[in-house]
Design a protein around this ligand. Structure first.
Ligand SMILES: [Mn+2]
Length: 349
């Protein structure tokens, strides 16, 4: 297992120098944030980012993520050119030597929360979601009311997208994912890059838009769409864990045994009602994810890929990107490192 940390590039308030001081950590998860969605990523830009990371004494372990253009998810004729561009980006990753690509296939919205500053009992704040609160959000004026999405879509763009998705239900979305994977996975295999689909977050349809990567059966199905070692998953405990029917240790064991967990996100959450949860500190006792059993399943199945502490709370008056401050993610990293050391020594005894 390689401990990694997400870094949003030179504009991130968290510096690489600070990240490097987290014990046991060796890898960075990052992306080129200024390339318009659908454009190919220039190799020299990726190489530049890699040099910046290496100059700080760290490795560029994962690209998270190269966004998949909506036309690909919608299955429009324009998708072929966009998929060609995606393949070019994967090729560039291979040439530069970044081995894992985390991506998702969620229509229109990426992760969604209804509260970015839920006050927890200990005085910290965390991201929270409640589908009842989501239902109150009016998207007719764009995404202004949606926490975390202030500038993403104009009202007109959003209206057009919702109209476009009227013709795309779960079955069509699966077909479009298959079409995409059939073209990008061979490229990834040739380039030495492993793709790792991220589960939908939260793992159910929102605003009437389909969401398909929600449980273990869906992750198995993705892997079966194109049978290649390059076609794998990001095991995100926080996303999958929002559905209590997902047995995370069992899922980790099954997918791990297939050798298709290429990246792990460790985040804990507390489910407080139907489609309602908030994020918590990483330890098992803090939420509903049995982090020890998840890590044990990963250890037992020989997981040796990158793993990172996912969203953290805001603690100690830190201000920053919601979910991505330094302090609580660093605490989470050190907790995960300790669990892993315990598990590793136990097996050697
Ligand atoms: Mn995640």
């Amino acid at each position: 297992m390689q401990l990694t940390f997400r870094w949003f590039g030179p504009d991130d308030p968290v510096s690489l120098a600070h990240i490097r001081q987290i014990p046991g950590l060796s890898g960075i998860v990052s992306a080129l944030y200024d390339i318009p969605v659908g454009e190919p990523w220039p190799r020299e830009r990726l190489a530049g980012l890699k040099s910046t990371i290496e100059a700080a004494g760290l490795r560029f372990a994962v690209v998270e993520s190269i966004p998949v253009h909506e036309d690909i998810k919608l299955g429009w004729p324009t998708r072929d050119r966009l998929i060609d561009n995606y393949r070019a980006s994967i090729r560039a990753m291979g040439e530069v030597g970044v081995p894992v690509l985390c991506y998702n296939f969620m229509p229109v919205f990426d992760w969604v929360r209804t509260d970015l500053e839920r006050l927890l009992e200990d005085g910290s704040t965390a991201l929270a979601h409640d589908d009842l609160a989501l239902a109150e959000i009016d998207l007719s004026e764009g995404t202004a009311e949606l926490p975390g999405w202030a500038t993403a879509y104009s009202p007109a763009e959003l209206r057009d997208l919702f109209v476009a998705y009227e013709d795309v239900g779960p079955d069509e979305l699966w077909e479009n994912l298959q079409y995409f994977l059939e073209q990008v996975i061979p490229e990834a295999e040739a380039a030495g890059v492993r793709l790792a689909i991220h589960p939908d977050d939260p793992p159910w349809p929102i605003f009437g838009l389909p969401r398909i990567i929600t449980n273990g059966a869906a992750l198995d199905r993705v892997i079966d769409l194109v049978d290649s070692p390059a076609n794998g998953v990001t095991f995100c405990t926080g996303s999958l864990g929002a559905l209590p029917s997902n047995d995370l240790p069992e899922l980790a064991r099954r997918l791990g045994a297939r050798g298709r967990i290429h990246f792990a996100h460790c985040r804990n959450i507390r489910v407080t009602g139907e489609r309602r949860f908030h994020e918590t500190p990483h330890p098992t006792a803090s939420g509903d994810v049995d982090m020890f059993e998840v890590l044990r399943a990963l250890r037992d199945t020989g997981f040796n890929g990158p793993l990172r502490s996912d969203h953290g709370r805001m603690i100690w008056n830190e201000k920053g990107r919601p979910g991505y401050g330094l302090h609580d993610r660093a605490l989470g990293t050190t907790y995960l490192n300790g669990l892993w050391e315990g598990l590793s020594r136990e097996v050697r005894r």
